[in-house]
Design a protein around this ligand. Structure first.
Ligand code: NAD
Length: 512
């Protein structure tokens, strides 16, 4: 059994993990979880794991190779034969148990998530809540999954069966490690599928812990398998003929590769990809709420949120006031040690990613934007951490690189507009279509704009509130399929139709 209680004993003072974790040597751990047991990957390559807030190396992890993926898929296929025959109530009991264990260990899990992802503790606690909410919600839905009965002509009837798809290959991104894992694993298991999950190589820790919690909750061995690795391991999952469905969260370019590979065996695919969402603030908006909404839409998780509204369109009549208010708010953000309770913004995920985000800020400056913040930051006591100042770009135009491309960092671009028609045209002028928002006190306009914005998730007078009961997913190149809500079940099940004949079979060919 993986020593979860040890894993959570990270020292928040000296940041030393191995010596303070009482025997847990991260570098020596087996990071895969196959058929109910931790094991090491057998690949010839490996990747290094760094703690974002310190820059210190936590571990070297072996990539899973074809034989690891094959073992994981075989184990999932074998267990599918029994797990798919559990009743919804039987599955629900196990998922509910998992929800309870996640609640009980939420503090420990949150601390681990802080080490792994660099996000502040308050946010990691929020993520863990969304994780147990997800298991409890899909535990509730599991016994409700059913088909239909239909009366046909005469005494005949037909029915539909909603049944699991088989083995789900799930691939995650790094910005919400446990939440992304649960959004895939909970509905897949609730529907009777078994799973092979590959977390991001940047945030691999809690996936294995989650697998162990599910085992403790009563999940049969093999129903959930974890393989660690980079893109190549992801490709092995997408290619594997024993995998029936792929659910992927990540960038648009990787999503295209995933979809191309999965197409070779016509796997079902759900893609949750990137975004460059718009937030439209009209002249009649409650300005304080609009500023709060724009802050939530840009600085949550250091701006590393797929549905963040990074293009903030502000009506020209309130533009300067809005910019002043956001500048005031930026000064209040406390960037620092993510383990501290008063830190509101932590570290970016990696040095490479930090440099990429800083590069976008520089490109905006070069193209004429006025930049507030946006510099690399040294946090006292954490000299190696990947910190930066939250940033606002003012005087932006639609064609700037930083306005068009997904930055995935704490960078808000502010754009002026004059009319509703004009702003809708500009807001939708992107290949992304994940989310969007509008602030106005005119409710008719709020609903009209929400209907016209080309995004899968919209907010009227708020931003970045989430609930597992509601479907989540994108339009256009932000992906397809839906996670969460009852809609998710449709993406983890197949529908069969059965015709039942009660009488004789009619045919025009019979002579008698
Ligand atoms: P990424 O595309 O680089 O990687 C995502 C996952 O895919 C990782 O596990 C990675 O190892 C794996 N991978 C890489 N190459 C692969 C390949 N060729 N085949 C199969 N798998 C491969 O994305 P990232 O940097 O981890 O995450 C950031 C991106 O994810 C952003 O674009 C963000 O918007 C998006 N995202 C979307 C959502 C959503 O729900 N729509 C949520 C979170 C993040």
């Amino acid at each position: 059994m993986f020593p979860l209680k040890n894993l959570t004993k990270f020292c928040t003072k000296c940041r030393c993990i191995s010596s303070h974790a009482e025997g847990l040597k991260l570098s020596e751990q087996s990071w895969n979880f196959i058929n109910g047991t931790r094991c090491a990957g057998a690949g010839e390559t490996s990747f290094q794991l760094f703690e974002p807030s310190t820059g210190s190396k936590l571990s070297t992890i072996t990539d899973s190779n074809a034989s690891d993926v094959d073992n994981a898929v075989s184990s999932a296929r074998k267990t599918f034969k029994t797990w798919s025959r559990f009743s919804g109530m039987e599955r629900a009991e196990i998922l509910r148990n998992a929800g309870r264990l996640l609640r009980e260990r939420s503090q420990d899990l949150a601390k681990t998530e802080v080490v792994d992802a660099g996000k502040p503790l308050w946010e990691a606690e929020w993520d863990i809540q969304t994780t147990y909410d997800c298991f409890e919600y899909f535990a509730g839905l599991s016994p409700t999954i059913s088909g239909q009965h239909l009366k046909m002509s005469g005494e005949n009837w037909a029915y539909t069966i909603r049944q699991p798809i088989g083995v789900v290959g799930a691939i995650g991104a790094w910005n919400f490690p446990l939440q992304i894992a649960s959004w895939k694993i909970a509905p897949a298991l609730a529907s009777g599928n078994t799973v092979v999950f590959k977390p991001s190589p940047l945030t691999p820790i809690n996936a294995v812990v989650l697998a162990e919690i599910l085992k403790e909750a009563g999940l049969p061995d093999g129903a959930l398998n974890i393989v660690q690795g980079q893109g190549e391991t992801g490709q092995l999952i997408c290619k594997h003929p024993g995998v029936n469905k792929i659910t992927f969260t990540g960038s648009v370019p990787t999503g295209k590769l995933v979809s191309q590979t999965a197409a070779e065996t016509l796997k079902r695919v759900t893609l949750e990809l990137g975004g460059k969402s718009p937030l439209i603030i009209f002249e009649d908006a409650d300005l304080k709420n609009a500023v709060n909404g724009a802050m939530m839409a840009n600085y949550l998780t250091q701006g590393q949120v797929c549905n963040n509204a990074t293009r903030v369109f502000v009506h020209e009549s309130i533009h300067d006031q809005f910019v002043q208010l956001v500048s005031d708010e930026l000064k209040k953000i406390k960037v620092g040690d993510p383990h501290s309770n008063d830190t509101t913004m932590g570290a970016l995920i990696s040095e490479d990613h930090l440099n990429k985000v800083l590069g976008y800020v520089q490109s905006a400056a070069d193209e004429g934007a006025q930049v507030t913040g946006g510099k690399k930051l040294q946090v006292s006591g954490l000299p190696g951490g990947y910190f930066m100042e939250p940033c606002m770009l003012v005087g932006c135009t639609d064609n700037m690189k930083a306005v068009k491309e997904e930055i995935f960092g704490p960078v808000m671009s502010v754009l002026k507009f004059s009319t509703e028609e004009e702003v809708l045209e500009r807001a939708n002028n992107t290949h992304f279509g994940l989310a969007g928002g509008v602030f106005t006190q005119n409710l008719a306009r709020g609903h009209r704009v929400a209907a016209a914005l080309e995004g899968g998730v919209l907010w009227v007078n708020n931003y970045n509130t989430f609930s597992v009961e509601l479907p989540f997913g994108g339009l256009k190149q932000s992906g397809y399929g839906r996670e969460n809500g009852m809609a998710a079940i449709e993406h983890y099940t197949e529908l069969k139709t059965v015709y039942v004949e009660s009488g004789d079979v009619w045919t025009p060919y019979s002579t008698t």
